[in-house]
Design a protein. Sequence first.
Length: 133
Amino acid sequence: LRRGWLTGAATTFILAELTVSMIVIPAFNPLKTPVALARDAQAMLAPSQRRLLYDMNEEIMALYSHLKGKQVNIPDALETEMRAARKGIVVFSKHNWEILKDRFQSMGTLREFRHGSKDICYLIYEVDAVHGR
């Protein structure tokens, strides 16, 4: 081995790491970031208000959309949370939405997006405190 090989190897490694962290990873962020969800949530939710997650654990979505979430696993509990908040956003997997849509679709507007390999729906809701829907 010649002199300076360690310096050359370290320099190559550092340049590769910088390239990946500054170019490659940011290029994939739009694929991971639920842009529409983040935009709608920032427009309608108070900074302290959490979006509701029905029967899902999606911390990565919260990270990339800068939103806090509260997981709810029971339809009655979800409806209670929605009524308490009066307006907000509930995130469902497409599968769960198909099961629950008859119960919740009249409460708001549904939007859909792909999050990696998952089909995700979110309901922008506003619940009338007097009449319930």
